[in-house]
Design a protein around this ligand. Structure first.
Ligand SMILES: [Zn+2]
Length: 260
C-alpha cells in the first residue's frame, strides 16, 4: 500500500502536527520551506526563498564583515571600522537581515521553530569558517534569566550548538552572564543602544577559566548596531580573553554606509 502524503497539503498544519502525523503513519514527510511552507530544495529553503535570501560573501570589510559593492583588494577596512572600531576583533554574518532572514529569525525566536537552528547554524559556520579555524570556544550571547524564563530557550545558544556541531569548536556555557535586564533595543539610536547595554554582561567567577587567555567567538542571531556584541566582547576582554570575534546569522547592512 502506498500512502500519498504530499507537502503542500500538509503545509497548512503546524510542525508539531506534522511530526505527530509522520510518527503515526511511520513515514518521512517531505520537508517544508521554513519561510513559506513550500517544498524545499537542497539548500533547506524553497527555490523562491533561497533566491531572495542574500548570503554575505567576500569582498567585505576584514573587520566588520560588511559587504563591499566592489573589491578594494585584500584586508581592506570599511570607513565604519576605521571611524568607530568595535571592541571585538572581527565579525561575520551568514546573510543580510532582509525579509527572508527576518522571517527565519522570528520563526526561531518567537515561533518555537527550534528545528531551524541546525540549518541556520550550518550557514553561519560556513560564513565564519576562517574565524572558527582559530577559535578555542563559542560563547552564546546570554539572555537575562527573566527573559530566558519567559522564552524558555536562548536562540543564540541553539545557534551556537549548531555551529559547534558543524565545526567541532566547543561551547563555553558559563563564560558570560547577563547581569542587567536591558530594555528592548528597537527604536533606540546607536548611542542609546550602547548606553542601554553598558554593564549588561559580566564574566562570573565560574567562567574565568574558560575566558582567560582563550580565543572566543560570541554568537548571536542578529547584529544591528553591534551594541550587544560589543558589550559582550568588552566583558570577555576585561576578563582576559586573548581574542573575541563575532558570528551572527544575519546582520543589518546599511546600503549608504557600507561601501567605501
Ligand atoms: Zn520558501
Amino acid at each position: 500500500m502506498s500512502l500519498e502524503v504530499t507537502g503542500p497539503r500538509l503545509s497548512r498544519f503546524g510542525p508539531g502536527l506534522r511530526a505527530v502525523l509522520g510518527r503515526t503513519l511511520n513515514i518521512a514527510l517531505p520537508p517544508l520551506c521554513p519561510a513559506c511552507r513550500e517544498l524545499v530544495g537542497a539548500n533547506g529553503l524553497c527555490a523562491t526563498c533561497w533566491g531572495k535570501l542574500s548570503l554575505i560573501a567576500p569582498p567585505y570589510c576584514e573587520r566588520l564583515g560588511i559587504p563591499f559593492a566592489y573589491d578594494p583588494g585584500p584586508g581592506m577596512l570599511s570607513m565604519q571600522a576605521i571611524a568607530d572600531p568595535p571592541a571585538y576583533h572581527r565579525a561575520r554574518a551568514a546573510v543580510r537581515y532582509d525579509d527572508i532572514a527576518r522571517t527565519l529569525v522570528h520563526a526561531l525566536k518567537y515561533g518555537d521553530r527550534l528545528e531551524l537552528a541546525p540549518l541556520m547554524g550550518q550557514w553561519i559556520a560556513r560564513a565564519g569558517h576562517e574565524l572558527l579555524a582559530k577559535a578555542d570556544a563559542l560563547v552564546p550571547v546570554p539572555l537575562h534569566w527573566r527573559r530566558l524564563w519567559m522564552r524558555r530557550f536562548n536562540q543564540s545558544a541553539l545557534l551556537a550548538q549548531a555551529i559547534s556541531e558543524a565545526s567541532g569548536v566547543p561551547i563555553a556555557e558559563a563564560a558570560l552572564k547577563r547581569v542587567k535586564a536591558t530594555a528592548q533595543q528597537v527604536g533606540l539610536s546607536k548611542t542609546e543602544r550602547a548606553q542601554n547595554m553598558q554593564g549588561a554582561f559580566r564574566v562570573p567567577p565560574a567562567g574565568k577559566a574558560a575566558v582567560a587567555g582563550r580565543r572566543l567567538i560570541l554568537v548571536d542571531d542578529v547584529l544591528t548596531s553591534g551594541a550587544t556584541v560589543d558589550a559582550g566582547a568588552r566583558a570577555l576582554l576585561r576578563a582576559g580573553a586573548a581574542n573575541v570575534d563575532v558570528l551572527v546569522f544575519a546582520r543589518v547592512v546599511d546600503a549608504v554606509r557600507a561601501p567605501i
